[in-house]
Design a protein around this ligand. Sequence first.
Ligand code: SF4
Length: 462
Amino acid sequence: MTRIDELEKKYPTIPKDVIVKWDVFCRGVRDNRDIDKASVWRSAAHSSYQSFDEDYTLERLKRETPWRFKGDAMLVPDWIWMSSGLAFPLYRKEHSTYTIREVKEGRLALFDGEEMIDVDLHVAPPRDRMPELKTSKGTPAAELVSLERRCYNVWPVRFCEYFTTGEECKFCNFNPTQEQARAVGLNRPVTINPDETAEAFKLYGSRLRLIEGHLESGGFATSETEASVNMRFVDRLSNALPYRTHLKLVAEAMPRKELQRLRDAGLVGIRFQMEAVDERLFPIINPGKAKHMSWEGWLEAFQDAVDIYGVGNVGCKTIGGVTMQGPEGYATWQEARDSHIEGDKWMISHGIFPSMDSLRWAPGSPYSRDLANRSKYPPTEFFLDCIVGHDKAMNEHGLYDKMNKFLYCGLDCQHRPYCGEMGILQRVPDFGTWMSAVVPYEQNWLAQFLDSVKEKECVKTT
Ligand code: SF4
């Protein structure tokens, strides 16, 4: 019996693809050449190599796997998709029991040790090839806007001021990752110009109907600078094209008047990265964020955001198990779980959609330097219990039906950390169908892709 079989027995109400996703998400995969068959070349301006291993820096990656670097681009593992349209990322972990292997040409499978897991894996079709577009100043558009088919990401400032004041979040490696990139010769500009970004965005958006995207940056020591950066980018991107995309911002909490100004400028949704919804541990884990705004201030900002953006358009990012870390953290994963579920319940009862990332010892983060922490990964059961608690609260408050499907867009870039898939897959057969309520079929690559997978399976069985 595989570990997935055991988890399925233990959690009979959770669909199998959800269990597979979270077990691989939390336990990582061992690196091998077959992972490259599910990888894509990405501009170094945006890419980072995600790993659980605190000593697995980009320098080591380049030394051991030089073929994954070419000019200013990196070969980065893409997500692996399942028949439900759920996907999981391939984060490397040296001692994971999971591997991805090619079992026959073009067919990948998930192995736990030497046992193959009974789940269909699919590599997504290649993205449309865009010509190499450049702005009038000669900057490659890909350095400014990261395109995910019809979705996009913009990082206005690839830098966080809390690292210079020693107030960085304890799990984070944002600045060290940039330094590592420079050490292996990858060019990642620290800031980008909003007008030039709007120009790059226009180059893409006039060739392809863009649907949704988000802005995200590091923390700022002053709220005024943060507000002005956010405002300039929202304003430029909202007005760059003759049509509007679903633009969201991932940010720190902010005062009501900033929320309103951004809404007026065209922002349609917002997610605050609170990481730990636990009053005692929030300021210990996130010293900069807690200085930026008090615990009460963060909770008030969530409620203001729901008032202004409406239920369905406001989210909160959390990290599962981060409250177990350090000497002040919870001693057991069960206590950390109960605290996490309490936080989720508060969010959901106020019309907010929490998501949950897996915990990783990102190289360069304060926690990764603390040897005592290294045995403190929560088990997958932590995440699955939180998913069940999340689902219960979502049903109690009737929130699945109020969710803006772009908040954690099922098409590409956002649904990875969302933990409400359990309820979504009880309502629709797959994520392509979920998104079809808001995206026409000809723009819904996921629905088309899942249909093509089904067709191939039909041909196989007839
Ligand atoms: S605010 Fe925290 S999580 Fe965000 S980049 Fe800075 S240190 Fe990292």
